[in-house]
Design a protein around this ligand. Structure first.
Ligand SMILES: Nc1nc(O)c(N)c(N[C@@H]2O[C@H](COP(=O)(O)O)[C@@H](O)[C@H]2O)n1
Length: 163
C-alpha cells in the first residue's frame, strides 16, 4: 500500500507534514516545527532567519520564506536542510517515530498537488522528495533500534556469563 499525507491535522499521518507541531532543538536553537527550520535556513546570517524562527505558525514561517529573497546556494542545499530537520523531529518525538516505523516498507508520498519537488504534483510525476526523506529517516530509526537490540542482547549475555 502507498501512504499519502498532506496536512498536519490528518490522522494518523499528519505528523509527517512539516507543519505538524513537533518542536526540536537544532543548531543550538529551538524550532517550533520543521517548516520553521527549513524556511529560516533560506536566510542564514540575516535578521530574517530569526524573524522566521519566531513566526507564530508554520504557515506564517512559510509565507515569510516565500516572499523574501533567499541565499544564492539555496537550491543546492535545501534537500540536506530538510533532511536534517525531519530527522531531528523524529529523533526528538518517540511517539511519531513509532508511527513512522509502523509504516514498514510502504511508500510514503506527500500529496501536494502544487509541488513537484517536495510532493508528487498534480499528475503524480513530482519528485516527492519529502516522502523520500521520510523513508530515509524511517530506515535510520530502524537501524538505530536494531543496534539498541544488539547492545541489549550483548548486555544480557554478559549478565548471564557473570552469574
Ligand atoms: N501542509 C502543507 N501546506 C502547505 O501550504 C504547503 N506549502 C506544504 N508544503 C510544504 O511547504 C514547504 C515547501 O516550501 P518551499 O516551496 O520549498 O519554500 C515544504 O515543507 C513542503 O512540505 N505543506
Amino acid at each position: 500500500m502507498t501512504i499519502y499525507f498532506f496536512t498536519a491535522d490528518e490522522k494518523p499521518y499528519g505528523c509527517f507534514c512539516n507543519f505538524s507541531l513537533h518542536g526540536f532543538e537544532l543548531d543550538g536553537l529551538w524550532w517550533h516545527t520543521s517548516e520553521h527550520y527549513y524556511q529560516a535556513k533560506k536566510f542564514t546570517g540575516t535578521p530574517h532567519a530569526e524573524t522566521i524562527r519566531l513566526a507564530k505558525t508554520p504557515a506564517e514561517s512559510a509565507k515569510l520564506g516565500h516572499h523574501l529573497p533567499h541565499r544564492n546556494d539555496w537550491k543546492k542545499i535545501k534537500y540536506d536542510v530538510m533532511h536534517k530537520a525531519v530527522l531531528r523531529k523524529f529523533q526528538t518525538h518517540g511517539d511519531i517515530g513509532k508511527i513512522l516505523l509502523a509504516t514498514g516498507d510502504q511508500i510514503i508520498i506527500q500529496k501536494d498537488l502544487g509541488d513537484y519537488y517536495w510532493g508528487c504534483g498534480k499528475d503524480g510525476t513530482g519528485k516527492n522528495y519529502l516522502g523520500k526523506i521520510l523513508m530515509e529517516v524511517r530506515a535510520n530509526l530502524r537501524s538505530v533500534n536494531s543496534d539498541k537490540m544488539v547492545s541489549l542482547k550483548k548486555i544480557e549475555n554478559l549478565n548471564y556469563l557473570s552469574r
